[in-house]
Write a protein that binds this ligand. Sequence first.
Ligand SMILES: Nc1ncnc2c1ncn2[C@@H]1O[C@H](COP(=O)(O)OP(=O)(O)OP(=O)(O)O)[C@@H](O)[C@H]1O
Ligand SMILES: [Mg+2]
Length: 277
Amino acid sequence: MSTLLQVDELRVRFPTRTGTIEAVRGVSFSLGRERLGIVGESGSGKSQTGRAIMGLTPPHAQVTAKRLDFDGIDLLNVSARQRRTLRGSRIAMVLQDPKYSLNPVMSVGRQIVETLRTHEDVSRNEARSRALQMLEAVQIRDPERVFNLYPHEVSGGMGQRAMIAMMLIAGPELLIADEPTSALDVTVQLEVLGILDRLVADRGMGLIFISHDLRLVSSFCDRVIVMYAGRIVEEIAASDLANARHPYTRGLLDCMPKIGADRHPLPTLQRQAEWSL
Ligand SMILES: Nc1ncnc2c1ncn2[C@@H]1O[C@H](COP(=O)(O)OP(=O)(O)OP(=O)(O)O)[C@@H](O)[C@H]1O
Ligand SMILES: [Mg+2]
């Protein structure tokens, strides 16, 4: 399988008055046209890993890596202009909170149209009909109506789907989806995952799927990376998750409720200091 993304020793640091926060501490992985899951608890560095690849790290942070290559392009040394061109057209990211990602003063449809027109030379009419098609593809049932709504007028789940539509409209080769379905109810969640799944299969898109939901990730992805305190503690084929070795992954698996099992007391994760070394 050809490599789309190569990440070697990625580090993200936030200097603060009281010291440096090491959000990502030497993460390495490669990605082909496949579905890679990243799981880990809150604060383990999942989003910052995705943002560093996307070039969306806050300005005061320091990003370093031995290698950060997308399809032969050295992402750490491209110009800001090249970065912007890549972003949206070839690499897209569905951010964790759609509320902060949609422009509050522009209708949902117009945002999708503008995104498409930034990356492709298409007429207004064609852009509109493609935006409507994309809204339909993410299971928005009345795309004509939703097209004209402003972000504050749509529900959380609709906003998230609109965001996914906006990210997919230009046909990226790599999609980083950060908790893309966390605001959706379970049935819609499965529909959206189905859409992403088809895109990976039909277009040969690479997908990084970030989630804290180990069960979801293992059923949806080909491979799973488990992060803890800014590092990868385990990388495993999704089908082999039951045989995970690292005590943190084992702990996560043991904490998942099982139907029919005794739930009292509820198992909780006992973190060990050596996991974050
Ligand atoms: N702007 C920032 N300034 C300082 N520290 C930050 C900043 N953004 C993130 N961090 C720190 O980086 C670490 C990793 O954060 P990140 O958002 O990647 O976690 P996450 O794994 O995505 O968590 P969650 O599951 O809650 O989304 C955290 O300790 C966080 O406090
Ligand atoms: Mg996050």
